[in-house]
Design a protein around this ligand. Sequence first.
Ligand code: MOS
Length: 695
Amino acid sequence: MSHAPQPLGAPAVRREGRAKVTGAARYAAERGLPGCLYAWPVPASVPSGRVTAVRTVDALAHPGVHSVLTHDNAPRLAEPDDPILAVLQDDRVPHRGWPVALVIADSLASARAGAAALHITYETNPHDVLLTEDHAGLYTPEEANGGYPAVRERGDFDRAFAEAPVQVDATYTLEPLHNHPMEPHASTAHWSPTGHLTVYDSSQGATKVRDSLAAAFGIGTDRVTAVSEHVGGGFGSKGTPRPQVVLAAMAALHTGHPVELALPRRQMPALVGHRAPTVQRVRLGAEADGTLTSVAQEIITHTSRIKEFVEQAAVPARVMYGSPHSRTTHRVTALDVPSPSWMRAPGEAPGMYALESALDELAAETGVDPVELRLRNDPADEPDSGKPFSSRGLAACLREGAERFGWPDRDPAPGVRREGALLLGTGVASATYPVYASPGHASAHAAPDGTFRIAVNATDIGTGARTVLAQIAADVLGAPLDDVAIDIGDSDLPDAPLAGGSSGTASWGWAVHKAASGLAEKLAARGGPLPAEGVTVTADTTEETAEESPYARHAFGAHFAEVAVDTRTGEVRVRRMLGVFAAGRILNSRTARSQFIGGMTMGIGMALTEGSTLDPVYGDFAECDLASYHVPVCADVAAVDAHWIEEDDPHLNPMGSKGIGEIGIVGAAAAVGNAFRHATGVRVRTLPLTPDRVL
Ligand code: MOS
């Protein structure tokens, strides 16, 4: 792996690593506030309808139970900016799992027992939770997630496809997937006697949590403090506030005590968002040599009754391969399901599974090597916009990956490599993720003793954000890393955007870079010792980040996977996997590698074990815990490695970095699926590749 010599790329160790592994780091539900009560949400046990009565007498009689909140007595909220936060405001049940009561007690056990003693009656409506290709409710939305147009057309796809000498027409289906960060969604809320709300919230962005709570409770943002000091993963599901923080704040207001609420694992799938299921039809028209003439990717997906969220799975097809004729569309239907939301690489992860699987089908159809096929269709400019790329490292990743993986010796014949009862195969797929940056604020302080302190409301969700931001500041200030302290994870610090869209380091880092540069200039301009209070510079990157770039800016990558398929049990195992990425300058080789490998691991889960089923009768997900929703464990991820091509791209941000949090999962499942096809000769167009599907 790469250990770049410059300080910015150095493999600095995580600053909070020791606190985390020794248990000294305190998470949102570990604050131990005096007099703290515990809350247990009660999920609706019908998929659609309304609550007609909540009998609380038995619950309130239970020892330790303090109170029960329902829509009758819960604090009234101003209409929240996100409909999923409008909890306990009325009697409606938009989906199974929606919170209909909250039991507050002096221990977690009492709260849970109180919840079991509630008697809730409902009036039910007929419900529908099944996405089908011909669903009557399907419509074309204005936009898909991320603000992308739902429909894009270039040229004349129908004619070009009809005339293409080689055609691939394949439909891929993906089940819902769930975010299961190790730390569940948790909050501790506390109102001071003067009416100041403090929440410790497991979130990807405390500035947004502060703003949403202030709006919901109708108070100024100066009366709310949101702290997200340590966060045990999020993957998008903590990107914006989730209901638990509102419930905890309500409970604290109602009782006058601090209240702690950690969502039970089984309640998470219905409350924190999920990756929506997709049905994706991909059509590729090509010349006999594999040159694409027409590309269509048409997505069908679901959303909930209360919120439109459209998984933007066709968007990466607008970036990936050259072809004069193209159509990319999204259609959605509102079902009686929990609200879908962000899950690592929303859009790219499911969309690139389908597109990269179809590319593999085209390779088989034309006899062109899958790596060569991708190189042959690597465009000079971004197909959808015609803009030049600021840098495009796909070809370099494919070549470097092929070399390192041993691809050139590959026999393309499917289903011929045996090892006893095992069939072996290898596959490749590309990856891409857009470059984003949002405006942020930061301050940089120089103390008279020669040390520095940086403040920015960034969030470290396990990525190493603290460490990398300190590296950026140290680099600008020319200071040893140990002389730079950093404060993050508190909304009283300078406002900053969330850890999401793989943009955290770019957004926060830009503000830190600007503040540190300003400080360095100020220090250089003045002579003599610093005043006792030191010198502070604050920065705001609203202007810089708003500049429209004339370039198409994306990170790219290539995954290579080898699988073994057991012909007796149907078990598929990844033997080794390699990802090579081109994501601008890598700012910390240790934490970057960990991010890439983490994404790839999630891709292995998507390919082989993770899947969720909406039960049409029950109206909810069948897999609601880690015993039934199988995330990969150590034994599933034997030899996974990540490398990268350092890019020198001056069109990004002052650090020259692209995001790295999400690209690792993009295309990873397709590489595994393509390896499965090479091993067995059988194309399976759905995931996960569990034994029941394989045999
Ligand atoms: Mo990521 S799904 O943008 O937190």
